[in-house]
Design a protein around this ligand. Structure first.
Ligand code: F0G
Length: 354
């Protein structure tokens, strides 16, 4: 068996804007687990699959686009890359830039990104600028800097290589299931991923590799749901920090994915997101970060409202790894037994029968 060697070198290069002789800057991203969820399937009377994107090398789906964006930037001789981020893009950009030997600058909203993500950017050696503002301010500044200075923007907005890389999630799903699902659920923040995932399904269908297209169901946090309201949100708020975005840069792409696929973009409350977050870990053994659970929260919400036909095949993107945000995980406290180190005491603490 040939070992997996990353998205560019293991079979998807022909779908990516990377020339045959362009060296891949890769951490062997992609090829993430697609797991059937027994309890979500049973609960919804559908066939529910989880695409575990937190298994990517830096712990989120961003690596799919970043391998392509940084390979292209490095091949074109870029010396420096820049991005704005709620955390995951900065972690990914920093890692791939380190591998390529180029300078990475990351702009993040001060005090508003999960510590695990910030520490990734620190360890990978990125130059970190904490901005007094939200993600939308960071993106505005990053775009302005990239327009006027020799530094390449690696945010997904207007970055074809990145969006092309993120399409590969759809290729993997169709390759694994032999067909596109009926519905694809995912969290929506800046709008890049729903745009890219939809484009991926379309690409495969146009190539004759899938017979149908899924409906795209995107979910935003209720306090940060501009696409649901149809207007930007000035002060987006949600405890799912990854999708705390008030003015999605890929607005038109997200709306087009919804319209063209006959899908929807709806809001879920933080309570629903965190309920789904706990459920995923306890019932499926998948520790996904809070924002990642929005797709599951949204599916359960549709089901609770009676808006879900039984028998559908559904894939849900779990976009990032739960270990990135331990504050979110431990906020509710936890229970543990304290005992002496005597085996008999531990047996009692665990209520084990003699
Ligand atoms: N899930 C996670 C874990 C994310 O980090 C993001 C976006 C999304 C979902 C939403 O994807 O923006 O393409 O609609 N994170 C960006 C970042 C904003 O900076 O890491 P989207």
């Amino acid at each position: 068996m040939t070992p997996w060697n990353g998205l560019i070198n293991s079979g998807y290069r022909r779908w990516l804007p990377v020339a045959d002789d362009t060296p891949a800057i890769s951490l062997n991203e992609g090829n993430t687990p697609l797991l059937r969820s027994a309890h979500l399937s049973e609960r919804t009377s559908c066939e529910v699959w989880l695409k575990v994107e937190g298994a990517n090398p830096t712990g989120s789906f961003k690596d799919r686009g970043m391998t392509v964006a940084i390979s292209r930037a490095a091949a074109s001789g870029a010396q420096a890359v820049i991005c704005a981020s709620t955390g995951n893009t900065s972690a990914s950009a920093a890692a791939y830039a380190a591998r390529a030997g180029v300078r990475a600058a990351v702009l993040v909203p001060q005090g508003r990104i999960a510590l695990g993500k910030l520490s990734q950017a620190v360890r990978y050696g990125a130059e970190i600028v904490e901005i007094d503002g939200g993600f939308d301010d960071c993106l505005r500044v990053a775009r302005e800097l990239a327009a006027h200075h020799p530094i390449a923007l690696v945010n997904s907005v207007g970055n074809e290589p990145r969006l092309a890389g993120q399409r590969t999630v759809a290729y993997e799903i169709v390759d694994a299931l032999g067909q596109a699902p009926d519905v694809h659920c995912l969290p929506v923040g800046n709008g890049g991923n729903i745009t890219a995932t939809w484009a991926g399904y379309r690409t495969y269908r146009e190539a004759g590799l899938a017979e149908r297209l899924p409906r795209m169901w995107g979910f935003q946090a209720a306090g940060a749901a501009p696409l649901v309201h149809g207007a930007p949100v000035a002060n987006p708020s949600t405890r799912a920090s990854a999708i705390r975005v008030g003015s999605p840069a890929t607005w038109d792409g997200a709306v087009a994915a919804r319209e063209e696929s006959g899908g929807l973009i709806a809001a879920v409350s933080d309570e629903q997101i965190f309920e789904a977050y706990r459920l995923l870990a306890r019932r499926d053994g998948v520790f996904a970060e809070p924002a990642s659970a929005a797709g599951v929260a949204g599916l359960l919400d549709r089901h609770a409202r009676g808006d879900l036909e039984p028998g559908l095949r559904i894939v849900i993107t779990l976009s990032g790894n739960g270990l990135k945000d331990l504050d979110a995980s431990m906020r509710g406290g936890y229970t543990s037994a304290e005992t002496s180190s005597r085996t008999a005491d531990v047996a009692r603490a665990l209520r084990l029968a003699a």
